[in-house]
Design a protein around this ligand. Structure first.
Ligand SMILES: NC(=O)c1ccc[n+]([C@@H]2O[C@H](COP(=O)([O-])OP(=O)(O)OC[C@H]3O[C@@H](n4cnc5c(N)ncnc54)[C@H](OP(=O)(O)O)[C@@H]3O)[C@@H](O)[C@H]2O)c1
Length: 227
């Protein structure tokens, strides 16, 4: 793969936001790799789909090897995740493990693989974690999701500090409710015009990966719109 800005991997690039991020990063001049269990639908023109279950460490290693064989790993975006409702004192072992894996450990695996590659390339590059307002506003009934998202926010800050000398930026975006097909189905009576378009969240990601933002690291950017 060759594109002027190097390779950008979008974890969860088959999702509502991830696909919008992939489209945006192709337009920005990255060679985009979509990493998810299923391909984006519709396809993202110009992007390469690599099947990857972020819950499986060997899949992430294989992804990293494939990216390394194709060029310079310049950017990684974690747009994977999944909401679940539960109570901290009632959640089952299985649901807790699954929620932590999809919202924290999977993104951690991808961010770590990207950072190692960027260091080995001599430094430089950008990582953006899509987190959400849940990391900064307490709400009852979503214990695992909140713990995972808060953990990912702290990981963003820690990795930003650890990678500063290498010129690798690590930032987060915190969307509120996004205008996605699933949210429209789940909340049919809501005023959709108040929700944040996924393209606007993708634009914030794009800016954090742009040369103009190369001094910005450890930031958590709220993208709340009117939601
Ligand atoms: N929707 C909202 O209003 C909202 C608000 C705030 C924050 N967020 C956060 O924003 C992110 C994107 O949300 P969204 O609405 O676009 O979600 P979505 O449409 O449900 O997409 C989730 C993505 O995660 C991927 N994924 C899940 N498990 C995976 C695994 N084990 N390995 C690889 N990929 C995996 C899915 O791909 P596969 O199933 O193909 O693997 C899919 O591409 C999530 O982190 C979410 O928590 C969403």
């Amino acid at each position: 793969m060759s594109a002027e800005r190097g390779i950008a991997v979008v974890g969860g690039g088959s999702g509502a936001l991830g696909r919008a991020v992939a489209v945006r990063l192709v337009a920005d001049g990255f060679a985009v790799v979509v990493a998810a269990r299923r391909p984006p639908d519709p396809d993202v023109p110009g992007a390469l789909f690599v099947p990857c279950n972020l819950g499986v460490p060997a899949d992430v290693e294989a992804l990293a090897a494939q990216v390394g064989a194709q060029g310079r790993w310049a950017a990684a975006v974690n747009a994977s995740g999944g909401y679940s409702g539960d109570l901290g004192h009632r959640v089952s072992e299985d649901d807790r493990a699954a929620g932590l894996d999809v919202n924290l450990l999977g993104p951690w695996r991808l961010a770590a693989a990207a950072a190692r590659a960027m260091e080995e390339q001599g430094g430089g590059g950008g990582i953006v974690n899509v987190i959400g307002r849940a990391a900064v506003e307490v709400a009852a009934g979503q214990a695992v999701y909140q713990v995972a998202k808060t953990g990912l926010l702290r990981l963003t800050e820690v990795m930003a500090a650890e990678l500063r000398e290498a010129g690798i930026t690590v930032n987060a975006v915190l969307p509120s409710i996004m205008d996605t097909p699933l949210n429209r189905r789940m909340m049919p009576d809501a005023d959709f015009s108040r929700w944040v378009p996924v393209e606007r969240v993708a634009a914030a990601v794009s800016w954090l990966l742009s040369p103009e933002a190369d001094q910005v690291s450890g930031a958590a950017v709220p993208v709340y719109g009117r939601a």
